[in-house]
Design a protein around this ligand. Structure first.
Ligand code: GLA
Length: 384
């Protein structure tokens, strides 16, 4: 596969007949554990990955944005920075760019017009945050060209606000924040309430494998927003700000008073917060056995209590778990209803895992998996 930076740079020369002033990048992410905890003010443990989106950009003398997405059919948009940003149903990818511009301008950042050519290799619609990568790289490119200072936390908040206010997805902060501030060779424990981070070195002799189930994700937006409402319903019952503020004991004591579905949603979130903190310790000690147990418990909780897995994903997880036998972990990663599983495995098992997926997944599900062996990588705004 060709390097997105080179593709974007070449595209810029081709479409704008000059060399780009600068090339900007932002990575996708995979979450090791801590699913649907971010919008409950909880904890997540994601990693920025070596799949990313690049923008080759140059300054314009007028107030226009001329943006071309090389990976989209006829993916060209042209608009003025002084227009009110409107949703574009014909070029939906551009809504991430437009939303970030709207948020940055309403925060008072002074942006200049730009030519932008975009290319990326984060698999689209696979739950690996290609949209957060596009938001962050757009923010980096536009502030970079305009000479406005922008830190990673603020960029992530702009990206999340673009999703919440412009695109219409009530996502949390995880994807944007790790894509902005991830570090090479490290996972990030993020406290989604304070936005404090603790970087944890990925253990040596361990491989990070992502397997894309290639299940077409349906209903993601509506089911996602529904899960969020159910969580908020339980927090409101207890009159607390978020599920982060509740213990399992408090939840159990009120079980009879809570709608049974909402109860199971909360059970997942509160137990997942505990697992995420325990997994951070396990990872920092290089304890792949405990990590494996926690990832397995996380998967079961997503399957039975949060109900966001699908049969093909459960099949993939079983195929990989059978190989690992405690020497690593595997679980669904991301928002759910398809997408990818993440496995953290002793490197000596890497080939066996790949082999088992190739041998069994198609046979059992009728779908072909894509496998990415990844590295933990630097975020768009981090120095490492
Ligand atoms: C999506 C959202 C994130 C997070 C995950 C689930 O990726 O964008 O904010 O809620 O789902 O953990």
């Amino acid at each position: 596969m060709q390097d997105p930076k080179r593709l974007a740079a070449n595209g810029h020369e081709q479409y704008f007949a000059k060399t780009a002033d600068k090339i900007f990048t932002a990575p996708g992410r995979v979450n090791l554990i801590g699913e649907h905890t971010d919008y409950n003010d909880g904890f997540v443990l994601p990693v920025a990955i070596n799949f990313y989106t690049a923008i080759a950009a140059s300054k314009r003398d007028d107030r226009r944005i001329e943006a071309i997405a090389l990976d989209e059919a006829a993916g060209k948009v042209s608009f003025c920075l002084d227009e009110k940003m409107q949703l574009d149903n014909e070029q939906p990818w551009s809504n991430y760019l437009r939303g970030v511009i709207a948020e940055m301008q309403s925060a008072g950042l002074l942006l200049t017009g730009a030519n932008m050519v975009i290319s990326g290799n984060v698999p689209l619609g696979a739950g690996l945050s290609s949209s957060a990568a596009l938001e962050n790289v757009s923010a980096a490119a536009l502030t970079g060209l305009s000479g406005e200072a922008l830190g990673g936390r603020q960029a992530a908040l702009f990206g999340q606000a673009a999703e919440n206010n412009f695109v219409g997805c009530n996502c949390g902060i995880m994807d944007q924040l790790v894509s902005a501030l991830g570090e090479s060779g490290k996972a990030m424990l993020l406290d989604c309430r304070s936005l404090e981070t603790r970087m944890v070195a990925m253990p040596a002799d361990c491989s990070l494998i992502i397997v894309n189930s290639n299940v077409k994700r349906g209903l993601v937006g509506s089911e996602y927003n529904l899960r969020r409402q159910q969580c908020e319903q339980v927090a409101a019952h207890f009159k607390v700000k978020a599920l982060r503020d509740l213990s399992l004991q408090q939840l159990r004591a009120e079980q009879a008073q809570i709608d049974p579905v909402a109860y199971r949603r909360a059970l997942h979130v509160i137990s997942e917060n505990q697992r995420t903190l325990a997994a951070t310790e396990a990872l920092s000690r290089g304890d792949l056995t405990l990590m494996g147990e926690l990832m397995a418990a996380s998967h079961s909780s997503m399957k039975d209590d949060f109900e966001i897995t699908v049969p093909a994903i459960d099949t993939l997880v079983s195929i990989i778990a059978e190989v690992l036998k405690g020497r690593g972990g595997v679980r669904m990663t991301g928002g759910g209803f398809g997408g990818c599983v993440v496995a953290l495995v002793a490197t000596e098992l890497e080939q066996q895992v790949l082999h088992a997926v190739e041998q069994k997944y198609y046979q059992q599900s009728g779908l072909k998996a894509d496998i990415y062996v990844c590295q933990a990588s630097a975020g768009a705004f981090s120095s490492s």
